[in-house]
Design a protein around this ligand. Structure first.
Ligand code: NI
Length: 173
């Protein structure tokens, strides 16, 4: 297995709209394993393929406390939504930033699992938030898109500064 590099906002590749997965084969299984390893190591509760620059409709997540309930969603489709909830979200592609986002309180999603079996998941609370957040990634959306332009600009500046601080010492140093 391998840790995969995660794209960071405002990288344009995060705006790519993912295409449906057409074949669930051995290379895809390996990619799913690598995505889980990357997500658990980060650590995060969800990772969309978009974030690792693979533009197919594939999501891994695990919202359990013990990190022992891996969930794979391939070609997910929301078939029902209900209510609304506001939750503080973060994202592996927007490190150190957290902000309130309002989403549906309950979603019913249909997706293929890693064996290609069609699953129907009735989700509320954190699982519902996570599904909607990750499905946004597949549509080329990032959670900071829900913030005001001013707040989004502040997020960009903060991340720029963070990247500058992490950059290796310059030639003059
Ligand atoms: Ni995210």
């Amino acid at each position: 297995m391998a840790l995969l590099p995660i794209l960071e906002f405002p990288d344009d590749r995060l705006r790519t709209v993912a295409r449906p997965v057409e074949r669930i084969d051995a290379p895809l299984q390996r990619l799913i394993d690598d995505m889980f390893e990357t997500m658990y190591a980060a650590p995060g509760v969800g990772l969309a393929a978009t974030q690792i620059d693979y533009h197919y409709q594939l999501i891994v997540m695990d919202v359990s406390e013990e990190k022992n309930e891996p969930l794979v969603l391939i070609n997910p489709r929301i078939v029902e939504t209900e209510g609304s909830q506001t939750c503080q979200e973060g994202c592996l592609s927007v490190p150190t930033i957290f902000a309130d986002v309002t989403r549906a309180e309950r979603v019913v999603v249909e997706a293929l699992d890693r064996n290609g079996e069609l699953r129907r998941i009735d989700a509320t609370e954190l699982l519902a938030v996570c599904i909607q957040h990750e499905m946004d990634h597949l549509a080329g959306k990032v959670f900071v898109d829900y913030l005001s332009p001013l707040k989004r600009q502040m997020v960009k500046s903060k991340l720029d500064k963070r990247r500058r601080q992490q950059a290796p010492a310059s030639a003059t140093g």
